[in-house]
Design a binder for this molecule. Structure first.
Ligand SMILES: C[S@@+](CC[C@H](N)C(=O)[O-])C[C@H]1O[C@@H](n2cnc3c(N)ncnc32)[C@H](O)[C@@H]1O
Length: 397
């Protein structure tokens, strides 16, 4: 099947140099080569052109940065899975990114694993062809009906990010069974869902524990096979119990993307009771106001979505040099609505700094989980100036 969308590709060369600088820095902080990562975004990629771009008022530069940020968050979840289950990327075997789209995760994975170990699958066959030719990974053409997918390879990790969050009940069960059959004897199946905690206002959960709504960002996938679904933990637990008796499984609230829960299911005998997986702290600049002292006062927000963890510090770097550290100050209930059902309240942060105009100001959000989030701004000219609050807006991917 092909996507109907056909926007021009977005080259990272088109990105405003300020944002390119942020992107390169962000990637290097995570040990990724920007030149390898920043392949053009194909014009048929609905996730970018129909979800991220409209969410950021069609600003290609901000959207490209948000794309990279979201890819790193995916990568950080993947890294924790690999380290927690297998002990590191050098100890994991073949992996499959199912419903890979146009390879947001592949851009990260191909810098962590030999491409011969990476397989990708999607119902959009052009997306698979593009990844095969661009990254050299193995491609699998999926189908709307799992019974029609004859592929039977085995993988240590089968990840389906933001696919089950769009499936009606029948396909949820059928795809769970199919993807579990692709897991090796030492492996895991990981998939993300929309929990009932983020059910849209006015909607009620069905007694079955899955509520399916007939709309999506896709312009071409039929609504019978791809809409928006919301599930209870009990529903997912029963679905997992049907796969095999006594499986070890875990739910990580907000474990993937901004608002999806990640479920991880072990192959028979694989014990996941010790697996820990935190969400990357999120946050952003909102204002940068010049003061009569010649300093600039910066303010923003942050949220730690991992249950039991907290943001401990906002550490400020100017042009890469650590400059000061502040504690989060005050809750931000106005931000909460972007993160419904989150375990922790959003917080604010604020600091003053005299930096030369144009300097790169990065705030590192340090969490007790051990993970770090990063947000960026440019030091403004010394005049009243308000930095936009764009980074607060949520993504629906
Ligand atoms: C929201 S996108 C997520 C893409 C990717 N996992 C990511 O995080 O960027 C959902 C993806 O599911 C794919 N999809 C939907 N139904 C599918 C099916 N039956 N088999 C394989 N992929 C499917 C869509 O084509 C789309 O690429």
């Amino acid at each position: 099947m092909d996507a109907e969308l056909n926007a021009p590709d977005l080259s990272f060369d088109q990105v405003d140099p300020i944002y390119s600088g942020f992107i390169d820095d962000y990637l290097r902080l995570h040990g990724l080569d920007p030149a390898r990562f920043c392949k053009p975004l194909p014009g048929q990629d609905e996730m970018f052109f129909k979800a991220i771009l409209p969410n950021y008022e069609f600003d290609a530069s901000i959207s490209a940065f948000k794309f990279v940020e979201s890819a790193i968050r995916l990568g950080e979840a993947y890294r924790q899975l690999v380290e927690g289950v297998f002990g590191g990327f050098d100890k994991v075997g073949p992996v499959l990114d199912f419903a890979s789209g146009w390879g947001r995760l592949t851009r990260y994975l191909e810098q962590r694993l030999p491409t011969g170990q990476i397989s990708v699958a999607d119902i959009y066959h052009q997306a698979i062809d593009w990844q095969v030719s661009t990254f050299g990974v193995a491609g699998i053409f999926s189908d709307k009906d799992p019974a029609q997918l004859s592929y039977a390879g085995k993988h240590d990790i089968v990840l389906a990010g933001s696919m089950f969050s769009h499936l009606p009940a029948g396909l949820f069960h059928a795809w769970l069974g199919k993807l579990f059959s692709l897991v090796s004897t030492r492996g895991v199946l990981a998939f993300s869902v929309h929990d009932e905690a983020i059910l849209p206002i006015g909607e009620t959960m069905d007694a079955s524990g899955i509520h399916f709504m007939r709309f999506s960002e896709s312009g071409s996938l039929e609504l019978d096979i791809y809409g928006m679904s919301y599930v209870t933990e009990a529903f997912v637990g029963r679905a997992i119990a049907e796969l095999a008796p006594g499986l070890s499984w875990r739910r990580f609230p907000k474990g993937l993307y901004e608002n999806q829960d990640l479920y991880v299911v072990g192959a028979p005998g694989v014990d996941l009771s010790g697996l820990a997986l935190a969400s990357v702290p999120m946050g952003g600049f909102e204002t940068a106001a010049s003061l009569s002292t010649g300093e600039t006062e910066y303010a923003g927000w942050a949220i730690e979505r991992t249950p039991g963890a907290a943001i401990e510090a906002a550490v400020v770097y100017v042009d890469g040099a650590q400059t000061l550290e502040v504690a989060p100050a005050g809750e931000r209930p106005d931000v909460q609505r972007h993160f419904p059902g989150s375990a922790n309240a959003p917080v604010g942060w604020r600091f003053r700094l005299a930096a030369k105009p144009g300097a790169s100001v990065r705030v590192e959000l340090r969490s007790s989980s051990g993970l770090k989030g990063h947000c960026y701004a440019r030091a403004p000219e010394p005049a009243a100036f308000t930095y936009s609050g764009w980074s607060r807006r949520g993504l629906r991917t």
